[in-house]
Design a protein around this ligand. Structure first.
Ligand code: BG6
Length: 293
């Protein structure tokens, strides 16, 4: 059985016949581990995601690492209907359920499907979220489906933002991101939030970095030494590159000492403006992470 649940019912483990594996915490449907072998097949499966050893994994706080799901807004709430909700929305801090079955896809990948339906009072909208996590030998895909379930005569489109907040395990002092040159971005580390133009072929995170790139090419490579992870986005036009470095990392209560040196976030999202989905329709946004070394 490629998918099974932990004895406490809070985690799902998904395994691929070629040695890759994924662990998903039902709190937030947060992928907390993705392991797979290098392309040359040498050695055993390698952990590809960072999770802070100080992160709460008991449902009291969103996970500091892995792949938290940001929905229905990015950052602090700005719409009246979201007032009072936590930063980055409720999806990453709600308990999800799963289908208890595994789906085999056409490339012999294995998938699990998780679902979450928030109480309408949380959003003032009728929405159902489905998250499909698929594993192949060297790739992890996570696709978020947002269904507008409203049926009344007054039913209207739902507007939302979504982002898949991956923490890719990589030495932050060496890792760079390719694919961002020529994009406009907002620099959130700069109090004035000015928009800038990215001129670099290789974007590093040597200093505190919190950049929101708009309308990117949907394909980025994180590379370091002779290794790399390709990040591909579907339906997620923007991408956030974030690493707090020591400057902001030290101030985060759930960040392990030096944790900021161990990852880079290259987060596909729809976070500039609002995506929308009409009543009875489903929107999909996803990412695939592929080992390319
Ligand atoms: C990034 C944001 O996506 O997430 C940052 O751009 C933010 O501004 C970071 O600090 C982490 O957010 P949080 O809520 O998990 O601390």
């Amino acid at each position: 059985m490629p998918a099974h649940e932990s004895s406490d019912g809070k985690r799902i483990f998904l395994t691929h016949p070629k040695g890759a594996s994924v662990e998903i915490l039902l709190f937030g449907a947060t992928v907390v581990s993705w392991k797979c072998r290098n392309r040359d097949g040498a050695g055993g499966p390698v952990e590809r995601l960072f999770v802070s050893s100080k992160s709460a994994l008991d449902g009291t706080k969103p996970v500091r690492g892995g792949i938290p799901i940001v929905f229905p807004f990015f950052g602090p709430p700005t719409k009246e209907q979201h007032a009072g909700l936590p930063q980055h929305g409720f999806a990453r801090s709600s308990w999800w359920s799963w289908d208890k079955c595994t789906i085999l896809d056409k490339d012999s990948g294995v998938s699990v499907r998780l679902t979450f339906q928030p109480a309408v009072s949380v959003t003032h909208d009728s929405v159902r979220l489905t998250y499909v996590v698929t594993l192949t030998e060297h790739q992890l895909s996570t696709n978020l489906h947002v269904e507008n379930t409203s049926e009344s005569d007054q039913a209207k489109a739902i507007e939302f933002q979504a982002l898949l907040h991956n923490y890719i395990a990589a030495p932050a002092s060496e890792a760079t991101v390719v694919g961002l040159k020529g994009l406009q971005y907002t620099d959130k580390t700069d109090g004035a939030f000015p928009r800038k133009l990215e001129t670099r072929d290789n974007v590093d995170v040597l200093n505190y970095t919190d950049y929101v790139y708009e309308d990117g090419p949907r394909e980025y490579i994180v590379e370091w030494a002779k290794q790399g992870i390709k990040v591909k986005a579907i339906g997620l036009k923007d991408v956030v590159v974030w690493n707090p470095s020591i400057e902001a990392g030290k101030k985060m209560g759930d960040m392990e000492e030096g944790g900021w040196e161990k990852y880079i976030c290259v987060e596909p999202g729809y976070v500039v403006g609002w995506a929308s989905v009409e009543p009875g329709q489903t929107w999909m946004g996803g990412q695939s992470l592929t080992v390319v070394d």
